[in-house]
Design a protein around this ligand. Structure first.
Ligand code: BTN
Length: 327
């Protein structure tokens, strides 16, 4: 009920909503409303109550609250088992521990602060508290382990489509799953899987989004390479609403994937990719080479055309701009 009260108050910013209307809409007593107001106040909301006028939301806490996250959840499954943490080492560790204890698909861990956030290729992921989104989602797909990279690509499409819609920015996917605005990274995705007998037991999908960071939040060496949604769009975003949209798009695509397989996801990834059809350098564990990525194959590998006209498929690589030919 906390959720619905908040939704009602937020739907009419600055206006008083009468106790009668709240009672009627939510089907609860005046006493129940008052109790929920106290609960929201304990979470950091300031709600003004004026006799004969009703209730008005005056201030929201700067940090994420469970009530607010739930108010923006529009999914059937994803995020419904919600764990909001103030500070953790990594949300990936939290969600994996929950998975080992039998947590259901869709379990979500969101943290304001990560002290040991990690990225791909053994890198660390740093985000100042209260400005970004750091969260891990638990999936239990019934697919063979070699197909896990498909979920990486699905995650990228989900973020790309939802964030583009919310911000109006032109967001592109760099192989395999970095999201960029004009060549600068705005978000990172890290998938960690646990398997048994070559089948996935669970996947921890780690999503890091630079939402409201400002230039001063970035170390000098990252300012050319990374940007936040706020810096790129010139306005701040409501993080709870953004999480709600990301999860909704994720659930739509995950349903599609379970119903129709990878093909629709493959096409959506290609439609949003910035890596295709231009010469790049691919850095793999076996060394680097230049080529033109042309498409994804049916399993999610990147098909690259080489200068001699032959083709090579890569499953794990870093993509960089190719050196100019005349150097
Ligand atoms: C990358 O771009 O290298 C991936 C970054 C992934 C960061 C997210 S933040 C939430 C989750 N918890 C982590 O420790 N990492 C992921």
């Amino acid at each position: 009920m906390t959720v619905h009260l908040l939704t009602l108050l937020e739907a009419q910013p600055g206006a008083y909503v009468s106790g009668e209307e709240i009672s009627r809409t939510l089907g609860v007593s005046r006493t129940a409303i008052w109790k929920q107001v106290r609960k929201l106040e304990a979470e950091g909301y300031r709600i003004e109550a004026v006799p004969r006028l009703g209730y008005r939301l005056v201030e929201r806490p700067a940090r994420l609250t469970e009530a607010e996250l739930r108010a923006h959840l529009k999914t059937r499954e994803l995020g419904r088992h919600l764990h909001l943490r103030e500070a953790v080492a990594s949300t990936q560790d939290e969600v994996r521990a929950l998975a080992e204890q039998g947590a259901p698909e869709g379990t979500l861990v969101v943290a304001e602060r990560q002290d040991q956030g990690r990225g791909r290729m053994g890198r660390s992921w740093i985000s100042p508290p209260g400005k970004g989104v750091s969260m891990s989602l638990l999936l239990r797909p019934d697919v063979p382990l070699p197909l896990a990279p498909q979920l990486t690509l699905l995650s990228a499409v989900a973020l790309c489509r939802s964030l583009s819609r919310i911000t109006g920015l032109r967001i592109g996917i760099k192989w395999p799953n970095d999201l960029q605005v004009e060549g600068r990274k705005i978000s990172g995705i890290l998938l960690e899987s646990a398997a048994e007998d070559e089948r996935i037991r669970y996947v921890a999908v780690g999503l890091g989004i630079a939402v409201n960071l400002e230039e001063a939040d970035y170390p000098e060496e990252l300012r050319e390479k990374a940007v936040s949604l706020r810096m790129a769009a010139g306005r701040a975003f409501d993080r709870a609403a953004l999480i709600g949209e990301v999860l909704l798009e994720f659930e739509r695509l995950y349903d599609l994937y379970r119903e129709q397989g990878f093909e629709p996801i493959r096409l959506l990834w290609e439609a949003n990719a910035v890596t295709l059809n231009r010469t790049v350098t691919l850095y793999t564990a076996q060394g680097s080479f230049d080529g033109i990525p042309r498409e994804l194959d049916a399993s999610g590998g990147l098909r690259v055309e080489l200068p001699d006209g032959s083709w090579r498929t890569v499953y794990s690589a870093e993509v960089g701009d190719a050196a100019p030919i005349d150097r």
